[in-house]
Design a binder for this molecule. Structure first.
Ligand SMILES: *Cc1c(COP(=O)(O)O)cnc(C)c1O
Length: 315
């Protein structure tokens, strides 16, 4: 499998209003329903496939796209996949069903026991003579950031080919490396784009600080020096569209998702992409943004659309 070749995703014009709105469909990355976790996972598995590992340990909630994709990629390799999942928010979802389908071993523990459970699991596996590879939740860390640094390059190639320049990039921001990679790409390229991460759960200052930490960690590893005040200025993490948190039940958001599926054939979800696109529209309006080229990155989460659909009531 050629990571570089299959991690590309299409960009097309979604609609023109007072701005030209384009979309990059990361949900078309051809691994396990795609999404940003698929792009990151391809990079992690590059390391796994080239290293001496025979199983994977990771963590995430029952609706985690990351865990679904890691479980799928393990199953493709007939590798064991161990997922530690917080009990408090455990519910059956299409992602959790898929994790089961892929034969992942899911262990539910209390949130405050997740850290120790992971440590113990890794320890146990090593004692049994296994060689586990550990992936942080959401594909966090420099490898995840690298995936989105490279995604930024794809965007630049599209711009060049199509003689267009995006003024803004909007996307759902959670554990931070999607945004960190994009911001690093932007900083290294020294262009004028504004990258706006729409928070899907975390409040500021923590949410933004996590993104900043990921940026600094990546730049340090690559020995790229950029003044801190510039990094801070270019890291925009907007926490006004969280609705009622991770896995939102908000009615307006549900209507918005229905509207986009019908009118733009665009599957969104109530945890990530629905909030992000909604947030983008509101941000554009509130800030009187007009006549700009705007790129929305659809970060995936296809199975979550079906969770939404399951809760949909005909009226
Ligand atoms: C995880 C996820 C995000 C957030 O990405 P981070 O890199 O964690 O910030 C956004 N959208 C979808 C669909 C996701 O699964």
């Amino acid at each position: 499998m050629n990571t570089e070749k299959i991690s590309k995703s299409p960009i097309y014009k979604l609609f023109g209003s007072s701005n030209n709105i384009y979309i990059k469909r990361e949900d078309f990355i051809p691994i396990s329903f795609g999404g940003n976790k698929a792009r990151k996972a391809l990079y992690f598995f590059n390391e796994i496939d080239n290293g001496n590992y025979d199983c994977v340990v990771t963590y995430g909630s029952s609706s985690s796209n990351h865990c679904r994709i890691i479980a799928n990629m393990c199953a493709m390799r007939k590798m064991n996949c161990f997922i530690i999942s917080p009990k408090e928010i455990f519910k059956e979802t299409f992602n959790s069903k898929l994790m089961n389908l892929f034969g992942a071993e899911i262990k539910q523990v209390l949130v405050n026991e997740v850290h120790d459970t992971i440590e113990n699991k890794l320890e146990d596996l090593k004692k049994q003579g296994k060689r586990p590879y550990f992936i942080q939740g959401g594909g966090h860390g420099n490898i995840g950031t690298q995936a989105y640094f490279d995604c930024y390059k794809e965007i630049l190639i599209f711009e060049k080919k199509n003689n267009i320049s995006f003024d803004y990039i909007f996307h759902a921001s959670g554990t931070g490396t999607t945004q960190a990679g994009l911001v690093c790409g932007h900083l290294v390229n020294k262009d004028l784009k504004k990258i706006i991460g729409i928070s899907i759960a975390r409040k500021n200052p923590r949410g933004r600080n996590v993104v900043l930490d990921s940026i600094n960690e990546y730049l340090a590893e690559k020995e790229i020096i950029i003044p801190q005040n510039i990094i801070e200025k270019e890291t925009i993490f907007d926490d006004t569209y969280i609705c009622d948190g991770y896995g939102s039940q908000d009615n307006d958001l549900a209507e918005f998702i229905k509207y986009n599926m019908i009118n733009h054939s665009l599957p969104l979800d109530t945890t990530y992409t629905g909030k992000a696109l909604w947030g983008m529209n509101d941000y554009i309006e509130k800030n009187y943004i007009k006549n700009k080229n705007i790129l929305f990155i659809h970060t995936g989460g296809g199975p979550l659309f079906f969770d939404y659909l399951k809760g949909y009531k005909n009226d």
